[in-house]
Design a protein around this ligand. Sequence first.
Ligand SMILES: [Zn+2]
Ligand SMILES: [Zn+2]
Length: 216
Amino acid sequence: MKIKQFTFNPFSENTYIIYNDNSADCVVIDPGCYSPSEEQRLMEFFRNHNLTPTKVLYTHCHLDHAFGAKFLAENFPSIEFYAHVNEHYFIENAIAESRLFGIEMQQPPALTHYVSDGEKIPVADTEFIVIHTPGHSSGGICYYCEKEHVLFCGDTLFAGSVGRSDLHGGNEEMLIHSIRQKLFILPDETQAYTGHGYPTTIGEEKRGNPYVSLYA
Ligand SMILES: [Zn+2]
Ligand SMILES: [Zn+2]
C-alpha cells in the first residue's frame, strides 16, 4: 500500500490517495481539491501513476473534505462515495453550509455507500476497518489498516490536538470518549494520518496530547 498526501483548499485539508503498484485502481480519502491548479495537481498524479480512482472514502463530510467530490465525479463517472449515514446532512446542505463559511462550492454528489463501525473495505492490496468516532461530527469515522499499522483519522485527532466540536452534530465529551475508547486502544506504533496538519502516532498522542489527557 502506498500513500500520497496532498494539502488542499483554504482550510489546509489533507487529501490522501491510497494505491499500489499492481493495480490501476486507487482510493481517495477526503477529496478537498478546490482551485483549478489543485485539481490539475491531482489529475497529474493520477496520470503519472496510471491510476483511476474508484472510491472516495470520507472520514466525514465537512465542506473542506468534500470540495473536490464533484470534480472527481465529473472526471470518473463510476466513482463511488462512502461515508457514515449521519454525514448525509452535510452532503444535502453543502451549499448552505458553505455560505455560512463565506466560500462557494459545487454540490457534492450523493453518497453511494453508507458504512458502519467494524465494516471492512477492500483497498489497494489490503483492507480498511471502519471505526466510528463521533464527536467532531456525529458520523465521523476513521479508517484503520491493521496490516500496515496505519490510521486515517480525519478531524477526530490531530498531532497535539483534537477536532473542534462546535459544528453541527459535534459533541466534545463524545469526541474525547471516541479517542480514548476507539483510537487509544490501537497499537502505539500506529501511524495516524490526520485531516489537517502533520501525521502523528497513537503512542505519541497517548503520551502527550493535552486535550485528551486533561479532559476530566
Ligand atoms: Zn471537519
Ligand atoms: Zn477538516
